[in-house]
Ligand binder design. Structure first.
Ligand code: NAP
Length: 286
């Protein structure tokens, strides 16, 4: 493989070290930040993600809280968990782990969330702030990808950045974030999706190409400009195997590529904890 690897762990560790220092400062003033998670059902990958989030909280001194909503509990049980976290003074930020099983309305639950406690940056108020380029929690996976590009010294200003996918958790906020003004952004962004014919005509122009699709090996070498930086944000679980949007052979064409394991995932968790610390500092008015 010719490309260098965009390993997520060093990026995540840098973000977590900063968050941990801020947690210690808050604790010295008697404030312990808290993160809540709501998990609906027992879907394997989601339960694993939630576990990882709690383990990382423990490691850097954030208190963690959890609600498990049974699949047969219905939407009302999910809304009750949201209300409890809205009212719980120990919880500075929380997430509803998504996707939720069929029969649950994620959008309704999200809309009920106190926007000041939106740790995932997915509440409409947070997304509105992203559009307006105002301070607020940024969705964790896009923010993690931006942190990764920054960590590895990838210039984004003025670069041709193509996002494949326009979903609400990844593609859409990714495009907004990278087209915003400021350091680590300022890119010339194009968004492509399932209704775009001849997709490769767009992706081959990208200096930075971001997969946000959720189809294994969707991005192939002939879709990539030689020397491009290629990030797989989209992932698919096939049983216990994690498959990225970007085919491994793209590594022969790209200058940088995310590895199959340990790419964007660790940065997503780190940015979630950073958002929680931000929320705790705001609430404590530190
Ligand atoms: P989503 O809402 O399902 O969006 C998928 C997007 O892919 C849609 O915009 C869709 O286009 C596009 N697409 C589907 N088939 C396509 C095709 N053949 N050609 C071009 N575009 C196509 O998903 P999401 O919630 O944004 O998440 C996207 C991916 O990110 C998922 O794989 C998810 O697992 C992953 N993700 C990863 C992390 C992480 O920590 N790494 C976190 C969050 C999400 P249309 O809009 O036209 O349908």
């Amino acid at each position: 493989m010719a490309a260098q690897l965009l390993e997520g762990s060093p990026v995540a560790e840098a973000v977590l070290a900063d968050a941990q220092a801020r947690v210690e400062t808050m604790k010295a003033r008697g404030v312990t930040p808290g993160l809540g998670t709501i998990l609906v059902g027992e879907d394997g990958p989601s339960a694993g993600y939630v576990r990882k989030k709690h383990e990382t909280c423990d490691r850097i001194g954030i208190a963690s809280f959890h609600h498990e909503v049974p699949v047969d509990g219905g939407q009302e049980a999910l809304l009750a968990a949201v209300r409890e976290f809205n009212d719980n003074p120990g919880v500075d930020g929380y997430i509803i782990q998504h996707p939720v099983p069929d029969g649950f309305d994620f959008g309704e639950a999200l809309a009920l969330m106190d926007p000041a406690k939106d740790a995932d940056g997915l509440h409409p108020t947070s997304l509105g702030k992203l559009v307006l380029q105002e301070k607020g929690p940024v969705p964790c996976t896009p923010a993690g990808i931006q942190a990764m590009l920054n960590h590895y010294g990838v210039t984004t200003a003025g670069k041709n950045l193509v996002v494949v996918g326009r979903g609400p958790t990844l593609g859409r906020p990714m495009a907004l974030l990278m087209s915003n003004r400021g350091a680590g952004a300022d890119a010339a962004v194009t968004v492509v999706h399932s209704r775009v014919p001849n997709l490769a005509d767009y992706t081959r122009r990208a200096d930075i190409l971001i997969g946000a699709v959720g189809i294994p090996n969707f991005i192939q070498p002939d879709m990539v400009k030689p020397g491009a930086v290629v990030v797989s944000g989209g992932i698919t679980w096939e049983g216990k195997k994690l498959l990225p949007d970007v085919d491994e052979s793209v590594g022969e064409v790209a200058s940088w590529i995310t590895p199959r394991l340990g790419g964007v995932g660790p940065t997503t968790v780190a940015l979630l904890l950073k958002n929680t610390v931000d929320a705790a500092e705001s609430r404590a008015a530190l």
